[in-house]
Design a protein around this ligand. Sequence first.
Ligand code: DQA
Length: 145
Amino acid sequence: FKILVLNGPNLNMLGKREPETYGSQTLDDIIASLNKQAADLDVELEHLQSNGEQALIECIHSAWSKVDFIIINPAAFTHTSVALRDALLSVDIPFYEVHLSNVHKREAFRHHSYFSDVAQGVLVGFGAMGYSMALNAAVNHLHQT
Ligand code: DQA
């Protein structure tokens, strides 16, 4: 199986960025441990972080018929991007939405997501562990379908 991990804007700043909210691990740390986990689970992992909508959308388009599952933290685009939502719907690949922080205990503008109602599942507030939980769950899901 092939799994695509996508991270949206400002997540390249993890480790430096508001560590009390987002933790001290860098994105490289998180992706390195996901790569290990993927190898143990015998799945292929591809990762893209972008600060722009276009690169994320184009990566989703090229995943069509190649990728079995997507794990995405759309970051601030969660609350703004109809285009990214439509891109995910256009390729019809199941996905989990991940947020490091518990968006529901933060500002009201973070309570709405353009993704949650079309996601296979949503993980919020588990920090970096959310990605790892999502990867386990994705592989489980793929073995069941
Ligand atoms: C985030 C939550 C978003 O509201 C925020 O804009 C982010 C990160 C999270 O992982 O907790 O950039 O997606």
